[in-house]
Structure formats: C-alpha cells, structure tokens
Design a protein around this ligand. Structure first.
Ligand SMILES: Cc1ncc(COP(=O)(O)O)c(C=O)c1O
Length: 390
C-alpha cells in the first residue's frame, strides 16, 4: 500500500473514548463501574423534540436537503441568538452542521493554513489541539490557572499573540474545568483579536448550562460579521448528543465558502434532525431548566465529596457539568490516580492530561450521574485513597 496522507498520523484520539472502552471491558469481566468519563447528559432527549423528529420522518423529510440548513431552523437560531447574545445574524451567516465538532473542524480548516498560529486553552477540549496538528498550524496553548479559577486570562493571550496568530479559540463555559469567563475578560480578548486582526472561534456549546453566573459571548462585539465565529449546538443543552446537530455563525464570506465545503463533504445535515432542532429551540424549555437544576445539585454533591478525599481539593465550577479536582496532594500523577480509581475503586474518570499537559495534577469527573452514584463513587474513592494517603 502506498503511504497514507501524513496528516492522519498527527490526529489524536480522545481519552474519554479510550477510558469508556476500558471500563466496558472491565464490566464485561464482571466488575461494577461507576461512570464519570463521558461528557454527555444522562437524560433522555425531551419528548416533544423526539416527537418532532419522528413526525418529520413521517412527513417525508428523509431526502437530501439544502446544504447550509433549512430556512426554518435558521430562523429559530436567529431568534435564539437575538434573545441570548443580543444581535440578529443574517441567514447567510448561519451554517447548520452535524454536531458542534464539525463546526470546529470546518472553522479551523476554513481559516488556518500551515505556518499560522492558533491560541487555545490548556487544559481544553482535545479536538482543538488535534486539529492544529492535523492542519500543520502551530499550537499556542495558554495555561488556565487555578488561582484565576481556570478562566482564560487575556493578559496571557497578550503575551503570545503576534502577526502569525490566525485564530483564538475561546470556550466558556469551559470543558474540562467548568470555568466561565467574565464580561471584562471577553471584551479584552475581542480587543486583542481586533488589534491583531485574527479570528476568534467561540465554542459556546455549554452556554445554557450555567449556575448563578452571567453568560457573555465574544461574538456580540462584531455580531459575528468580521472576525468572530460562534459555535453552539443541541447535544448538551437538549440531551441530543446522538442526533448530531450543531451550528456555526460567522462572517458571510467564510460561511459561503464553508457551505460549498459542506456540499462536498456531507451534502446536508438530515432534515428530520433539523426539524427536531426547531422544536428544541422554539418549544418548552422546562426540561432544560430541570436538567440544569439537577446538575446543580450533583455539582454541589460531587464538589463536597471530592473535597473530603485525602489529597484532593476541588473548586466549585460555575458552568458545564464537569468537576475538576486538584489531586497534587496525592503525590501521584493524574494518569496513575485515574488508572487506580478505575481498577481499584471501579470509578471511571479522566486524567487531566487528556486535555493537555497543563491538565497534569487534575482529574475530570463528568457529573452526568445520579446523586446515588456520586455518593457511592465518593465512598469507593475514599477507600482507594489509602493507596496514596497511607
Ligand atoms: C467544548 C466542546 N465543544 C464541542 C463539543 C462537541 O459537541 P457536539 O459535536 O456533540 O455538538 C464538545 C463535546 O463534548 C465540547 O465539550
């Protein structure tokens, strides 16, 4: 066989998938595993959304559809953005995609070329780094500091930004730390991007999962017309991970080209899925509110529990559904503690290093698990902690 494209050797996998595979293997051998590794809500998709998808199939929306997304979902998104971000994008600024991840991929390959530099948070969503490797752009990870509650500090961006910087990736509320950037911080980043003429990809996939915190979008500054690209989707807020539905909103010239790329890559996002998405945005938000309230109770329980484990300390995250305990007090590496917890405590979580080198010293727990499971997991971890606490 002739050699494959060299970019393929540079793509990285995702730790969560690997840990889930190992956890399943242990379960098959009879071991009980408590799951905290995967970032997906453990709630079903709300009934009215499922019903809209089923109805759309019944109504025959099962063929090819327009490439950038149907006008009806674009209109629902225009309303949504007007209500939540304070501006109304044009329909030509919106691109419907099969999931938010596709939006990251398209934005990065649509804006960056080898030799460019891309700034992103470390720890951060692994796809950002992986795609930098794949495209051949220089990764500029910015460390999220615990003393800044893991919020990306614009002053740290200022020290690394230069004429080669093409793209800054923001993610607030953030995976894996649950941090939420302040309005001042967001505005400072918008200013830096303008001064240095670079794009900003604002990954806002957790924008609806917030606890007593205000959400600010960097895209409000230029209304996603000049340099900012807003990414949001349905996976997390509406428990629709498997439906594969997300969108980006950006400058019309970029979106126009990306629609053509869509034509070549996957033609369209299934229309019955888009019709379910309309029901999600335009229908009742009660399930979302209930889900967020449940997440808040779990967050409080898991943070409290983690803070009782010898060698662990955990801040209270204001967004998303992840706890990010500092485990340096154990004297062990993140990977060693995560492995020990999986095999001895039967608790599947992720080592912080799955999110970048600056994740060393931390673990990520996705609290998409019941209060009972959280309580049981804390007991199991406490028992296992004799391994490092003596
Ligand atoms: C920060 C972040 N962005 C994007 C995504 C992708 O979401 P999806 O492709 O399911 O819409 C995720 C999923 O875990 C995420 O954590």
């Amino acid at each position: 066989m002739k050699p494959l494209a060299d970019g393929l050797d540079r793509i990285l996998g995702e730790g969560a998938i690997a840990v889930m595979g190992e956890a399943r293997r242990l379960e098959q051998s009879g071991k009980r595993i408590l799951h905290f590794e995967i970032g997906q809500p453990d709630f079903p998709t709300p009934q009215h959304i499922k019903q809209a998808g089923i109805q759309a199939i019944e109504d025959g929306y099962t063929g090819y559809s327009v490439s950038g997304g149907v006008p009806e979902i674009k209109q629902a998104i225009q309303d949504e953005i007007e209500n939540t971000r304070g501006f109304r994008p044009s329909q030509n600024q919106i691109l419907i995609m099969p999931g938010g991840k596709a939006g990251i991929y398209f934005t990065m390959i649509g804006t960056c070329i080898p030799g460019d530099e891309v700034i992103f948070p470390d720890p951060g969503f692994p796809t950002y780094r992986s795609l930098c490797h794949y495209i051949g752009v220089e990764s500029i990870p910015i460390r999220l500091k615990e003393e800044n509650d893991f919020r990306l500090d614009p002053e740290d961006i200022a020290t690394r930004i230069n004429e080669r910087t093409k793209l800054i990736i923001l993610n607030s509320p953030q995976n894996p730390t649950g941090s939420v950037m302040t309005k001042d911080e967001i505005e400072a980043v918008a200013k830096l991007a303008e001064e240095n003429d670079c794009f900003i990809l604002s990954d806002e996939i957790y924008s609806k999962i917030l606890y007593d915190t205000e959400f600010h979008s960097v895209t409000s500054a230029d209304q996603a017309k000049q340099r900012s690209i807003l990414l949001d989707g349905f996976s997390k807020a509406y428990a629709m991970t498997g439906w594969r539905l997300g969108y980006i909103i950006g400058p019309e010239p970029l979106i126009e080209k990306l629609v053509t790329l869509t034509v070549n890559a996957f033609s369209c996002t299934p229309e019955f899925v888009q019709r379910a998405g309309i029901a999600a945005l335009a229908g009742s938000q009660d399930r979302l509110l209930e889900m967020t309230q449940t997440f808040r109770k779990r967050r409080d329980a898991i943070v409290k529990g983690l803070n009782t484990i010898p060698g662990f300390s955990c801040k209270t995250p204001p967004g998303a559904f992840y706890a990010w305990p500092n485990i340096t007090g154990t004297g062990q590496s993140s990977q060693d503690v995560a492995t020990l917890l999986l095999h001895e405590a039967g608790v599947a979580c992720l080592p912080g290093t799955d999110f970048g080198p600056d994740g060393e010293g931390y673990l990520r727990f996705s609290y998409a698990s019941s209060l009972e499971t959280i309580s049981e997991a804390m007991d199991c971890i406490k028992k296992a902690s004799t391994r490092w606490a003596g």
